[in-house]
Design a protein around this ligand. Sequence first.
Ligand SMILES: Nc1ncnc2c1ncn2[C@@H]1O[C@H](COP(=O)(O)OP(=O)(O)O)[C@@H](O)[C@H]1O
Ligand SMILES: [Mg+2]
Length: 341
Amino acid sequence: MSAVEKPVLLDVNGLSVSFATDRGMVKSVRDVSFTVREGEILSIVGESGSGKSVTLLSLLGLHDPKTTKVDGAVAFRGKRIMEMSAQQMRRIRGKDIGLISQDPMTALTPVYTIGWQIAEQIRAHETISARAARLRAIELLGEVGLSNPGEAVDRYPHQLSGGMRQRALIAMALSCNPALLVADEPTTALDVTVQAQVLDLLLRLRKDFGSAIILITHDMGVVAEVADQVAVMYAGRIVERGPTDQIFTNPMHPYTWGLMGSIPPLTGPRLSRLKSIPGMPPTPDMISEACGFAPRCDFASAACGTHPPLRRHQDQACLCVLDTPERDLLRSTVLPLEELA
Ligand SMILES: Nc1ncnc2c1ncn2[C@@H]1O[C@H](COP(=O)(O)OP(=O)(O)O)[C@@H](O)[C@H]1O
Ligand SMILES: [Mg+2]
């Protein structure tokens, strides 16, 4: 599905994030750029620790400014948002941009009922009575698939199952029909049946409200199914990005080849985790200008010790020294692409 003609909603350009640590400033995210168009689904994939959450939380202004240095330019609907005040950012988050964070337990306040929390979120952005906001909260809880929303609305987060909490969080993120929904591994903690339901819900959001979605996931099967665009992160960088069909038919980066190997056969379980690629991902303080994946890459050479060049193919971009025809030849030794097509 392509939304190429739609206007750009979010434009991230050269985002870098460093944290103050006891070993000095450590760069966790380096020079990340991507765009999301209206109604488009961008999936960000990559192993734990590759910088997916840090990228999104910092561009939404949710980092701690005392310990975090964020550089780069982020425009939402053409307006630069990193320069906005905390108050302006809060208005945008929740109204124009909804966030489903990785951990629903920390995103929900334990001392208030979920109905109260959803209603407050609505009332922070709309002039609406407490009663009307509560009714809207019940309606939303029904829409996200809670079977008895009139009862669930008065429950506290700890009285809900993991799946129900995740749905409550989604209801909260949806409460203002955001133009952009940022979903950070929204299904990772859930069992397979609930995972599929939550994904259906996200797709319905796009269909009903035209929302764009940034979906962080470990799951290449999910990516293949729902994403328009893919960004593959490794060691704080986007090592490859492009339209999903191109990434799946012509993955350019050896790390992406490894991820492709994780796609289960059509007859197997549909929601599997990333295949484990031998070796450990680097920690941020080990990351240099060189290709971060080189120590684990079967095709690395001395040339990988400097900043990898940007290779382009149609709408794809990739950071790797390998180029055609050598790249295609090497790929054919590890990845039977005709099975994927
Ligand atoms: N507040 C912080 N201080 C220092 N390092 C951090 C902080 N938050 C995240 N990191 C580091 O940044 C890297 C990227 O983390 P994260 O974005 O959470 O990865 P993931 O891709 O799993 O979402 C990790 O190595 C993590 O340890
Ligand atoms: Mg994360």
